[in-house]
Design a protein around this ligand. Structure first.
Ligand code: PLP
Length: 356
């Protein structure tokens, strides 16, 4: 099997796995402590959590705190529901469902337009009642990188908080300063079931999960193993950031060439090269996916594909329903090889020709 769906999730790094195992079982029968207990076993577990928290924070801006959550969707909900503002929430038209649907569920959503290249321009009109602006850093479907530094300025000029969904960028490129930043371990070779919300100092959030308030506005006992896995993955990502990016660049260039007869969706330059989203007129993607069963790729975001709904991201950049439905997303990762790319391209291109 060839795995080309690294935007949906990434394999667990061996280093993260090892850190997790160490904190599940320390070999002495005392590794299971509750990090919120005051006794020695609890303190040991807490030390592991705090060491990992520091590693997670090291890839985020200075001047803020890391609130650990169950995943990024929870972090985004905490940010939007917990921020002390009644203002409307301006979201780019290509945000992930966790942002889109939460703003809508709160009845406070305002959509910011994006161009054909997938960029959400920070000089557009912001209505005066906006309390939060949410513009992601790297889009999960088309890989486009947003001008987040300018968005922070726009947010400041309009008296709004900036929430960045950095799920696809954290650990891969430098995360730009914001007021709140949502991240998830399973997109950077860490475990599923752990994420975080970074909050700038001075911003208070109303609790969204009440109880022991272990993480301030987020209650619940933390899992030291998951947190340690997240920390190890973050540390490794920090050490390998340039190497990983160079690897993505070479895989992307090769794949772009192998699919030269397809059209790229989204900007070619303002882009995380772990993502190649392409389309070809007349391709039946559902059939393609079933013909290429050994290649794990996607027809859109993991949440949207399978629903039969046209991707809101591809529609937002101006694609017709037909064009969107003839688009595929190939997602490369640290462990993807050139051989994977060549074999996957051969399989997809052969299946495509058979459709003609
Ligand atoms: N935001 C983006 C851009 C994502 O790609 C995802 C995951 O698909 C999420 C948010 C949600 O992350 P999680 O699975 O940790 O809830």
């Amino acid at each position: 099997m060839i795995y080309l769906d690294n935007q949906a999730t990434t394999p667990l790094a061996p280093e993260a796995r090892e850190a997790m195992l160490r904190h599940m079982d320390n070999g002495e029968g005392t590794g299971f402590g509750n990090p919120h207990s005051p006794h020695r076993m609890g303190r040991q577990a807490k030390a592991a959590v705090e060491a990992a928290r520091d590693k997670i924070a090291a890839l985020l801006p200075a001047g803020g705190r890391v609130i650990l959550t169950g995943n990024a969707s929870e972090a985004i909900n905490l940010a939007m529901r917990g921020a002390q503002t009644d203002g409307r929430i301006a979201v780019s038209a290509i945000e992930h469902a966790a942002v889109m649907d939460t703003a809508e569920a709160l009845g406070r959503r305002h959509i910011l337009s994006v161009g054909a290249d997938g960029i959400c321009a920070p000089d557009q009109d912001i209505p005066s009642d906006i309390g939060i602006i949410a513009v992601m850093q790297v889009n999960n479907e088309i890989g486009v990188i947003q001008p987040n530094a300018q968005w922070l300025k726009t947010a400041r000029d309009n008296g709004a908080l900036l929430l960045t969904d950095a799920v696809q960028s954290y650990g891969k490129i430098t995360v730009k300063p914001a007021d709140m930043i949502a991240i998830s371990a399973h997109k950077l070779y860490g475990p599923k079931g752990i994420g975080a919300l970074w909050v700038r100092d001075g911003i208070e959030l109303d609790p969204q999960i009440t109880g022991g308030l272990q993480e301030g506005p987020r209650s619940g006992t933390l899992s030291p193993a998951l947190v340690a896995g997240f920390g190890a993955a973050a540390e490794l990502a920090g050490q390998r950031m340039e190497e990983d990016a160079a690897h993505m660049e070479s895989l992307w260039s090769a794949a772009h060439e192998l699919f030269a007869d397809w059209t790229l969706n989204g900007s070619e330059t303002a882009r995380w090269k772990g993502n190649l989203n392409i389309r070809k007129d007349g391709v039946d993607v559902a059939r393609l996916m079933s013909d290429c069963r050994d290649v794990m790729f996607s027809a859109g975001s993991a949440c949207a594909s399978g629903s039969g709904k046209t991707s809101h991201v591809l529609k937002a950049i101006g694609l017709t329903d037909t064009q969107a439905k003839s688009s595929i997303r190939l997602g490369f990762g640290r462990y993807t090889t050139m051989d994977d790319i060549e074999r996957a391209a051969a399989s997809i291109q052969t299946a495509t020709k058979d459709q003609a």
